[in-house]
Design a binder for this molecule. Structure first.
Ligand SMILES: [Zn+2]
Ligand SMILES: [Zn+2]
Length: 808
């Protein structure tokens, strides 16, 4: 038999012990051989190895774990895998910062080796944090997207889509980050409101010599101006349509066109089209087959097309051109306006639009099918579907999947230097790194040339992480139908437009279906000041800090209690402390129970029950039903609130008090009921607070129940009770509570004996008579006197026709 529960609940020792034992015993392994139980597969989003677990990550993971633990107890063979989404620019930047050397100063192989090395180190730190949270992950499934085996899968997916005509290479305008020097996807653009100067610039009409003032926030792009547009109904400019404007400083003549898309209210109502200032420019350039004049290079520096601005950075060029225009009397005025600009989500640099030869996924063609599949998914909360729909409908361009970086999955393609043919590698040669590996082709199949060169570009990291559900199911070697599509895809609402979108898109492209059936969407954790948590705001809390102060169970329970699923949560130390105090209450209740249940052998038949026993069984049964219903609906807050209410305010405050005298008198019914009630409570609580539940289970129940872990037991079913008796029990409990308050208010210690309790009620006299023993025993009264007439000093709030007076 295990040791007794110590007086003080030492969460550190308890949690570390169980985390170790759970793993040693493989309690959370997915059983691949088991064909009996239904499987429940979770497509855990692999986190980015930043080295530190944010409380936001913790919330996402803890939600997943609530589901995993609940489903396991409901009889499912749960698959809870763990991966790491390794690639990406932040790692490259951090390696540069850590080593104090620029990427270009390393041989590429050496730089990649360092990226891998640091990534492993950061994963090690985060793995510790995840384990300390008590997550029931099957660690035997762990994978990293930077592993050659994962490269093979990502490259395979690229080839499969290429063969279906869903991946192509072409030259198109793409969003370009001049700081990162790479193309980025629309999903990687962050829009921010900024106040910017709006310059009113004087153009001249070639045919008539009159002035035309055009307002622009980007005068540095005058060298790329290819047309001026006005609205067709704008009477101010009707006579100019069809004529030409002369671009100031550059003297180029550009057509004046009428287009419905022009906003008449903006600036002067005349707008210049530059290649490319924004997405409208891309649309207009295409629509009117305008020439393309690029004046910004890949690093955000003006090139020769910018004339006098050549060699300046974009921001400098803007200031300089304003000066020149002013000197020449071509700047009419400058206003300050607030405008939305796109920035790179990794480095926050304003992005440019540049035409580039890149690899694309034909995502726009698949949008309808993506929405069709997305509508079949159960979204929790259901309004989150709308976010995905809005996003898909806002997409104008195909997804650019090539990146000009180093640390990523290589694109499995070689090119013929002679005829330019694209040679896509066969699956049997994967994984391959065309940047370093010799081509697996002898010669070009088109022209026979032996001059082949490998693709230098690599893939967007979302190409790695948008096939996880299929990879978990063994794809491409096999596709375990128990695991695919995944039953659950859990993630934050901030990545619906990336994680959920790309998973569905790739599911549609590769398998014709969504890769998941349900999407559980969580909110963000805000700082204690209510703002988004950010290191620079000074409101940042690391998960480890909370774990060290309070342990995993209190942290997890706080997460459940703090907000409804999908809502933002404000971090609160007080909230975590409340959860901790609750768990201490449960611990103390268990210690009391342990004293009577240790040597007790349950008969597993409930007989000789008193009304208060029926009452607690009724409260337990309704708690079981409600908690079950909440968990089926992923309402963790509702479920956790029910458990706190039951354990704290029914079991501890009332029932335990009402049966103490029977326990010490060795009443078998009281012990039988306490045994059953505490066990069911712990089973439900183990979803939220698994360590403390396991510890108490092992001390009191392990030998009698025979299961190695509480998580292996079946989810509780409501027990039966007599409703009539339960009502009497409720009367007893309410009366006892009021009499205890009376004792307390008269400064009589609760354990001290009193002479009598006088109860007054005509309506309930008979019922009260049937529970006098409980009232007497709990209040340590020598006698209970029931009066059918008259009134006592205090009214029982739940039964206003009952009143009482205590006689010390
Ligand atoms: Zn950037
Ligand atoms: Zn060739």
């Amino acid at each position: 038999m295990s040791e007794r529960l110590p007086k003080v609940y030492d969460f550190k020792a308890v949690e570390e012990k169980w985390q170790r034992i759970w793993e040693e015993r493989g309690i959370y392994r997915f059983d691949r051989e088991d064909r009996g139980r239904p499987a429940f597969s979770i497509d855990t989003p692999p986190p980015y190895p930043s080295g530190e677990l944010h409380v936001g990550n913790a919330l996402n993971f803890v939600y997943i774990d609530f589901v995993a633990r609940y489903k396991r107890m409901k009889g499912y063979n749960v698959f809870f895998p763990q991966g790491w989404d390794c690639h990406g620019l932040p790692t490259e930047v951090r390696v540069e910062r850590t080593t104090g050397r620029k990427k270009s100063e390393f041989a590429p192989e050496e730089f990649l080796r360092l990226c891998r090395e640091y990534t492993l180190k950061w994963i090690g730190e985060m793995r510790k944090d995840l384990k300390a949270l008590g997550l029931s992950i099957d660690w035997s499934t762990e994978y990293m997207t930077m592993d050659p085996d994962y490269w093979r899968r990502t490259q395979h997916s690229f080839i499969a889509m290429y063969r279906r005509g869903l991946v192509y290479r072409g030259e198109h305008p793409v969003v370009w980050c001049p700081r990162c020097e790479t193309a980025i996807a629309e999903a990687e653009v962050e829009y921010v409101e900024r106040s910017k100067p709006l310059y009113y610039v004087r153009f001249r009409i070639k045919e008539s010599g009159e002035d035309l003032v055009v307002a622009t926030t980007r005068p540095e792009l005058l060298g790329s101006c290819v047309a001026v547009l006005v609205h067709p109904d704008d009477s101010r400019y009707a006579h100019l349509v069809g004529k030409h404007a002369v671009v100031p400083l550059y003297r180029r003549e550009v057509p004046i066109l009428a287009d419905e898309g022009v906003d008449r209210e903006f600036g002067t109502g005349a707008v210049m089209v530059c290649t490319y200032g924004d997405k409208s420019d891309v649309r207009w350039q295409k629509k009117y087959s305008l020439p393309v004049i690029i004046s910004i290079d890949d690093r955000g520096v003006m090139n020769d097309n910018a004339g006098p601005l050549a060699g300046l950075k974009v921001e400098e060029a803007r200031a300089r051109v304003a000066e020149i225009l002013k000197e020449k009397g071509l700047l009419v005025k400058v206003e300050s306006i607030s405008s939305t600009i796109g920035t790179c989500w990794r480095c926050h640099t304003p992005v440019e639009i540049l035409p580039k030869k890149q690899w694309f996924v034909k995502s726009t063609e698949l949008s309808q099918k993506v929405l069709e599949e997305a509508r079949k998914v159960r979204w929790i909360p259901d309004y989150m579907y709308k976010r995905l729909e809005n996003w898909v409908q806002s997409l104008d361009w195909d997804w650019v999947i090539s990146r000009q970086r180093l640390f990523a999955t290589p694109i499995p393609v070689y090119y013929c230097s002679n005829c330019g043919a694209e040679l896509v590698v066969g699956e049997e040669h994967l994984p391959i790194d065309p940047r370093f590996d010799p081509p697996p082709f002898e010669k070009c199949p088109k022209c026979g040339s032996r001059e082949l060169v490998g693709e230098r570009d690599v893939m967007d990291t979302w190409m790695d992480s948008s096939i996880t559900a299929a990879v978990h199911a063994g794809w491409p070697d096999r596709l375990d139908e128990r695991l695919f599509p995944a039953d659950l895809q859990p993630n934050g609402y901030d990545i619906i437009r990336t994680w959920d979108y790309y998973l569905i898109l790739r599911g549609v492209a590769l398998f014709g279906v969504s890769q998941f059936k349900e999407a559980l969407i969580n909110g963000m954790v805000r700082g204690t000041d209510g703002r988004m948590m950010h290191k620079s705001y000074g409101n940042y809390v690391a998960a480890r800090e909370v774990l060290e102060k309070y342990g995993a169970d209190s942290f997890r329970l706080w997460i459940a209690l703090a907000a409804a699923t999908g809502q933002d949560v404000r971090f609160s130390w007080e909230g975590v402390d409340y959860a901790h105090r609750f768990l201490v209450k449960v611990w103390n209740a268990a210690r009391l129970a342990e004293a009577y249940l240790r040597e007790f052998t349950p008969a597993r038949a409930l007989s000789g029950l008193k009304p208060v026993d029926h009452w607690i069984l009724r409260e337990l049964a309704s708690t079981v039903s409600r908690v079950t219903k909440h968990l089926e609906e992923y309402n963790f807050q509702g479920a956790a609130q029910e458990l706190v209410e039951f354990a704290w305010h029914k079991l501890c405050d009332h029932y335990l008090e009402a049966i103490k005298y029977r326990l010490s008198a060795n009443d078998p019914a009281a012990r039988e009921v306490l045994y059953a009630v505490l066990l069911q409570l712990l089973q439900m609580l183990s979803v939220f607070a698994p360590h403390i539940s396991e510890e108490i289970y092992h001390t009191i129940y392990r030998d009698k129940e025979g299961l190695d872990s509480i998580t292996l037991s079946r989810w509780p079913e409501p027990v039966s009770y007599s409703e009539q008796e339960a009502k009497v029990g409720e009367l007893a409990v309410a009366t006892i509570a009021e009499a205890r308050r009376a004792k307390h208010d008269s400064r009589i210690p609760l354990g001290a004996r009193i002479k009598a309790v006088h109860l007054y009620s005509s309506e309930f006299a008979a019922l009260l008579r049937s529970v006098t023993e409980d009232i007497k025993g709990t209040l340590r009264a020598e006698q209970v006197v029931i009066h059918e007439e008259g009134e006592g000093e205090r009214v029982v709030p739940e039964f206003p026709s009952v009143s009482l007076t205590i006689e010390p």
